[in-house]
Write a protein that binds this ligand. Structure first.
Ligand code: 0WE
Length: 254
């Protein structure tokens, strides 16, 4: 491996259906050196088996709910790589009860947790990563249409994704002078581990395929391809944006 190879840290790998995994595959293909971060011991075994399939990739454990774990992770990344060129944040959580019924019943604790895990984690990671991104680079996070239009039962996650997209703009403003770009990908619904816990996902996927201009659902590899584009020099003029990878679903009015 030449030392011109660029290094990207990917957060949010749970299993082979994770969007983080689809992104990892595309970035590996594009020649990046990968640091893959999983949340805890429970996810470690699954992650280890996947990471073993990526030559040169290294696994790291970090729960983004803890500042100390974030600090320790970035010390490890600095020791191993010195320079980071990209960060992929594919992390979200709301307590299951919040994704049922009506938004008006959102609890204070559910609101806090969903924003802490799904939004603040991006801010914390961007702040920790920036000092390692001395050659410039890109930060990417994952959003969803429910950030801007009401999707029944998406509830507090929609509000959190709206805050995430706003955070992308503020981070892009803060980090632009360092040539660090920050963007979000708003993906159509995908059958991940996180999404499988959601009742009615099957109906949602069907409705999406019916209404989207491309008449189908999104392939996670397409999200990976867009992430590779956003990390590359081909996207050097793009920052603070939310790019839709949704087969065109969001453009339709009726
Ligand atoms: O962002 C998401 C889902 C993220 C998510 C999923 C779960 C399920 C398990 C966050 N937290 C949890 N918590 C759990 O306990 N999506 C874009 C997928 C999704 O989730 C929905 C959707 C769609 C689409 C929930 C309700 C309605 C539509």
């Amino acid at each position: 491996m030449s030392d011109t190879q660029k290094t990207v840290a990917i957060f949010g790998l749970a299993n082979k259906r994770s969007i983080a995994w689809a992104i990892a595959l595309k970035l590996q293909e594009a020649g990046y050196r990968l640091a893959i971060v999983y949340q805890n011991e429970r996810l470690e075994q699954e992650a280890r088996d996947l990471i073993a399939d990526l030559p040169g990739a290294v696994g790291f454990m970090c729960d983004l709910s803890y500042d100390e774990q974030i600090a320790k992770l970035f010390e490890e990344l600095r020791a191993r790589y010195s320079v980071l060129h990209g960060v992929v944040h594919s992390v979200a959580f709301a307590p299951a009860e919040e994704l049922k019924g009506e938004f008006i019943n959102t609890t204070r604790e559910g609101f806090r947790i969903s924003h802490d895990v799904s939004v603040y984690s991006l801010v914390a990671v961007a702040r920790a990563a920036a000092p390692l991104m001395t050659e410039g680079g890109a930060i990417i996070t994952m959003s969803y249409f429910g950030a801007e239009k009401v999707v029944p039962k998406y509830n507090v996650m929609g509000v959190a994704k709206a805050a995430l997209e706003a955070s992308v703009r503020y981070l892009a403003s803060d980090l632009g002078a360092k040539s660090i770009r920050v963007n979000a990908i708003s993906a159509g619904p995908i059958k991940t581990l996180a999404a499988r816990g959601i009742s009615g996902l099957g109906d949602m996927l069907r409705a999406h395929a019916e209404r989207a201009p491309l008449k189908r659902n999104v392939d996670p590899a397409e999200v990976g391809g867009t992430a590779a584009f956003l990390l590359s020099d081909a996207a050097s003029g793009i920052t603070g944006e939310t790019i839709y990878v949704d087969c065109g679903y969001n453009i339709m009015g009726f």
